[in-house]
Design a binder for this molecule. Structure first.
Ligand code: SAM
Length: 236
């Protein structure tokens, strides 16, 4: 299969991508990483927060900044997330990536969504299935954190990713978090994997060329679970 990265990509973007690939982080160093990215407010209480999870989100913030060249998401665009706790939105707000009003949190759990609405009244939260909610969101994303606990081979997850990709305008970062049960040895190009074949069947080559799907993936461990965040960048 030929490369999906467009040959006409702006050299500036390629340079940024090289920066980004060099941007690998030891989750234990997350505090020093805050120093690199800047703007983090360490006075914010986050008692239940795991440093590893925080570092994974910090990676996404850094990736968005490097790829877009924007320190903050433009005010007319938003950040969509499979939400869980208010620590997540606090981290995005404290790092100055977004204003709370730019956050769109989605979860199928009504109790959780009701609690988050009370905790973060200026953000927007929606109860429901991701695919149904995002198709009705009247909001233009710039960064999407699809923080799932499925494997990349899971067909339902693949359908969710394809549906979400269709809603991304240019210069959108789609971060897809997955569980890795069976780590593959060696470096496999994403498009040569089963997931890559799913995408190639779902979209035509011209459309896939508008995405950088090979940019980077960030791996980390929570408790005993190996996680991986694929970072997909919509170029044009
Ligand atoms: C891993 S947690 C999100 C954590 C959050 N991003 C954070 O950093 O704190 C994923 C949440 O999304 C919910 N969820 C998973 N798939 C969903 C879907 N397709 N639609 C709606 N909610 C979903 C799960 O029940 C869970 O509460």
């Amino acid at each position: 299969m030929s490369s999906v990265v467009s040959k006409s990509v702006d050299p500036y973007l390629i340079r940024r991508k090289a920066d980004f690939q060099a941007f690998t982080v030891n989750p234990n160093d997350f505090k020093s990483l805050d120093g690199i990215i800047g703007g983090m407010d360490h006075n914010q209480p986050d008692y239940e927060e795991s440093p590893t999870k925080r570092a994974a989100r910090t990676e996404i913030i850094g990736a968005y900044r490097l790829l877009s060249g924007n320190f903050s998401i433009p005010t007319d665009r938003s950040l969509w997330s499979l939400c869980f706790s208010s620590q997540e939105i606090q981290q995005f707000v404290n790092s100055k990536l977004i204003d709370p009003s730019q956050y769109r949190g989605i979860n199928r759990d009504r109790g959780l969504v009701d609690k988050l609405k009370l905790q973060q009244p200026t953000a927007k939260f929606y109860r429901g299935e991701w695919r149904t909610v995002v198709q009705e969101l009247n909001s233009v994303p710039a960064c999407i954190y699809f923080d799932s606990t499925q494997e990349i081979e899971n067909r339902e997850l693949q359908e969710e990713i394809a549906c979400t990709m269709r809603l991304c305008p240019k210069e959108t970062l789609l971060a897809v978090n997955v569980i890795v049960q069976n780590p593959q040895r060696g470096n496999h190009r994403l498009l040569d994997t089963k997931f890559g074949r799913f995408l190639a069947n779902r979209f035509d080559g011209a459309y896939l060329n508008t995405w950088d799907l090979e940019g980077s993936a960030y791996e980390y461990k929570t408790n005993r679970t190996q996680m991986k965040t694929f970072l997909f960048w919509r170029l044009a």
